[in-house]
Design a protein around this ligand. Structure first.
Ligand SMILES: [Zn+2]
Ligand SMILES: [Zn+2]
Ligand SMILES: [Zn+2]
Ligand SMILES: [Zn+2]
Length: 265
């Protein structure tokens, strides 16, 4: 909600388009009004509702449903054109959907991999958001890195892109338990499973399936703890050392709060 009026999301607008395309009859205003009239008659006992719905279903809705099954596009693969030019190659930018919502991507992808975060102004126009700057150094040219968003979430890219194509994964706010000076980032295995690894890989090989949380463990020497989820206990903060049984409930600190709001999206 923005400035007191309902603001349809990108996805909402696109879904409405798809529905109108696939179910013209249902969304046709005249038809809807007629349907409402008939529902009133049902309420007044003039029409049998089973008959009404059967008529509705057989009167074209069934065919629309069948057609939609085969024709309806995969919404998340859609691209919505915009008038914004890519600042690295001057192609136009399009809106795409990733794991964490929509973002702008260059139409020239995969030749140009430029992406930007954006927001809708109240008049529906698109505002490109400034890229968050970081203290991280580019692994290729040691230049500055800026925060970017792509299909697999956030990552850092060299400020000098496209001349330099250096990228690094985004920190989850935990430094590497191996004390290599690096930080932990969310990564994806070749099979698509999320794991947590050191950004200094391959020189540091720390990796864990469970999300590391800053430690130390109050019971043993472990410098970090992990978030574990089980059906029985829900989310628990545990010590990763097998011989140590330390565990506690999660506190709603920033990192947990972020995870909660991400899950609620
Ligand atoms: Zn571009
Ligand atoms: Zn660089
Ligand atoms: Zn490390
Ligand atoms: Zn421990």
């Amino acid at each position: 909600k923005e400035e007191g009026r309902f603001h349809p999301t990108e996805l909402g607008l696109l879904i409405t388009d798809l529905l109108t395309e696939s179910f013209p009859q249902v969304l046709d205003v005249a038809f809807t009004a007629h349907m409402e009239e008939q529902l009133d008659e049902v309420a007044e006992g003039k029409v049998e509702w089973v008959n009404l719905l059967t008529t509705f279903y057989n009167g074209g809705f069934k065919d629309s449903l069948e057609r939609a099954k085969t024709n309806m596009r995969d919404v998340k693969r859609e691209e919505v054109p915009t008038e914004h030019k890519c600042e690295t190659c001057s192609e136009l930018m399009v809106i795409k959907w990733g794991r964490n919502g929509s973002f702008l991507a260059c139409k020239g992808y995969p030749k140009c991999r430029n992406t930007r975060d954006y927001k809708r102004r109240s008049d529906d126009s698109i505002e490109i958001l400034p890229e968050p700057t970081t203290d991280e150094k580019c692994p290729t040219c040691a230049g500055k890195m800026v925060g970017k968003r792509g299909r697999f979430g956030q990552f850092l890219a060299c400020e000098r892109y496209p001349e330099c194509k250096g990228t690094r994964p985004m920190s989850i706010g935990v430094s590497c338990p191996n004390a290599c000076g690096g930080y932990i980032a969310e990564r994806r295995s070749k099979r698509g499973r999320i794991f947590y690894g050191c950004a200094n890989y391959p020189s540091c090989t720390f990796a864990a399936w469970d999300r590391p949380v800053p430690g130390p463990c109050p019971q043993c020497q472990s410098s970090y703890l992990v978030r574990k989820y089980s059906k029985r206990d829900g989310v628990n903060i545990k010590c990763p050392v097998k011989t140590c049984d330390y565990h506690r409930d999660p506190e709603l600190n920033d990192e947990d709060a972020a995870a909660v709001s991400a899950a609620a999206e």
